[in-house]
Design a protein around this ligand. Structure first.
Ligand code: AP5
Ligand code: MG
Length: 210
């Protein structure tokens, strides 16, 4: 099954994707995670995108589309994939449709107030990328990942100014994709407000798998 996870920053796309991988046994492809790993490696791509991401703006369509195209030719996506954070603009969605049409687009339905609470408390493992939260899912040992022992840090784009920019970018450039995919008849809405286990159940229901 080819899935797209669509929703505002901090909606819980990455958190649900980890659970969805266990349920559906298909790879999770997060463009944000690929960019963060390039930044950590100080690769050419990382150097190009760091300032853009830290400011909460979008990387240009050409670079992002090329990255996803290259990823979607690998063998492990033959049975499907979860695209998390791509597409994020109408040109990206049109480009994707030309080389790999999605079966379903999961729209994370959540108000700004919850988004701000989730992003304000998010902490991320530098090594394995696991998402923690200071209230909802705190690491057992302060600053250390429960799963790999890596350092747990605050993403640079979770600072207040960048969060406001990301929300604005979401509203103007990404939210129009809701109608784009609704018109294609493949959009399913998932109530992303409750606790993680309940969101997982909402997701399964939306896919007809509960
Ligand atoms: P990306 O990494 O995709 O960031 P984002 O879309 O802003 O989304 P987040 O990762 O911030 O949130 P999420 O929905 O995954 O929530 P999470 O599960 O972490 O992109 C980063 C940047 O890369 C972009 O700003 C852009 O610059 C660039 N980029 C990426 N893709 C691009 C593209 N296609 N085009 C151009 N540029 C692109 O959850 C958030 C917090 O809430 C966590 O702390 C978690 O523990 C907690 N939480 C999650 N679910 C729940 C729950 N149900 N209850 C309580 N807490 C919860
Ligand atoms: Mg994410």
């Amino acid at each position: 099954m080819k899935l797209i996870f669509l929703g505002p920053p901090g909606a819980g796309k990455g958190t649900l994707a980890v659970k969805a991988v266990e349920i559906l046994n298909i790879p999770h492809i997060s463009t944000g995670a690929i960019f963060r790993s390039a930044i950590a490696d100080q690769s050419l791509l990382g150097l190009k995108v760091k300032a853009i991401i830290d400011a909460g703006k979008l990387v240009d369509d050409e670079t992002t589309i090329e990255l996803v195209k290259e990823r979607l030719v690998r063998d492990d996506v033959k049975t499907g994939s979860i695209l998390d954070g791509f597409p994020r603009t109408i040109p990206q969605a049109e480009a994707l449709a030309a080389f790999s049409e999605a079966d379903k687009v999961v729209n994370f339905d959540i108000p700004d107030s919850s988004v701000l609470e989730r992003l304000g408390g998010r902490r991320v493992c530098r090594k394995c990328g696991h998402n923690f939260h200071v209230i909802f899912d705190n690491p057992k040992k302060e600053g250390i990942c429960d799963y790999c022992g890596g350092e747990v840090y605050t993403r640079d784009d979770d600072k207040a100014e960048a969060v406001q920019k990301r929300l604005e970018v979401y509203r103007t450039q990404t939210a129009p994709l809701i109608e784009f995919y609704r018109n294609r008849g493949i959009l399913v809405d998932v109530d992303a407000r409750p606790a993680v286990d309940e969101v997982v159940e909402n997701f399964k229901k939306a896919l007809g798998r509960s």
